[in-house]
Ligand binder design. Structure first.
Ligand SMILES: [Zn+2]
Length: 165
């Protein structure tokens, strides 16, 4: 998936989470930012290009869609965001955590439809009746036309929310 696809979908998911807590716009911004962070493990991703040295190092150590594309990493960056925003902003910490986590998890959700998939519980390997949760993969390839559709639908949704409501 392209960074813009994650960004627009993450903004919608963050907006919905923020709406529930009374701050839809902040939710959209936080969710959008959070949604592109997991791709820090790829140096040619949207965020990877911004932090190329760090991204290249993560890519060489952990590989793309490895332990950075997990629910543990999503929780880690959400807690980190709470710690950082505690020092700089007077925003609700529950709101920051919720919007950050939902934006980051939206990334895993979209990537789970990709043909390379995600393994959200790494390094944990689930067994027994939970075994199907170890890996999620679909049939979409980066750049498929469905990405354009996701972006358009998300943009229309955000436009309606912030322009008409
Ligand atoms: Zn990804």
């Amino acid at each position: 998936m392209y960074g813009v696809t994650h960004l627009s979908f993450g903004a919608v998911v963050g907006c919905i989470a923020g709406q529930c807590l009374g701050y839809p716009f902040v939710g959209a911004v936080v969710g959008g930012i959070a949604s592109i962070i997991p791709d820090i493990d790829h140096p040619y991703s949207l965020i990877g290009k911004l932090f190329r040295p760090l991204s290249s190092w993560i890519y060489s150590e952990f590989d793309h869609r490895g332990c950075i594309h997990t629910i543990w990493f999503c929780m880690f960056i959400s807690i980190l965001a709470v710690i950082v925003s505690r020092s700089f902003f007077s925003l609700s910490l529950i709101m920051i955590f919720t919007c950050m986590l939902s934006g980051a998890l939206s990334h895993l959700l979209l990537d789970s439809f990709n043909f390379t998939g995600v393994r959200p519980f790494l390094p944990l390997v689930l067994r027994g009746k939970w075994i199907q949760l170890n890996e999620f993969k679909g049939t979409i390839r980066s750049g498929d036309s469905i990405e354009g559709l996701i972006i358009i639908v998300c943009m229309i949704g955000l436009f309606i929310r912030f322009y008409y409501m």
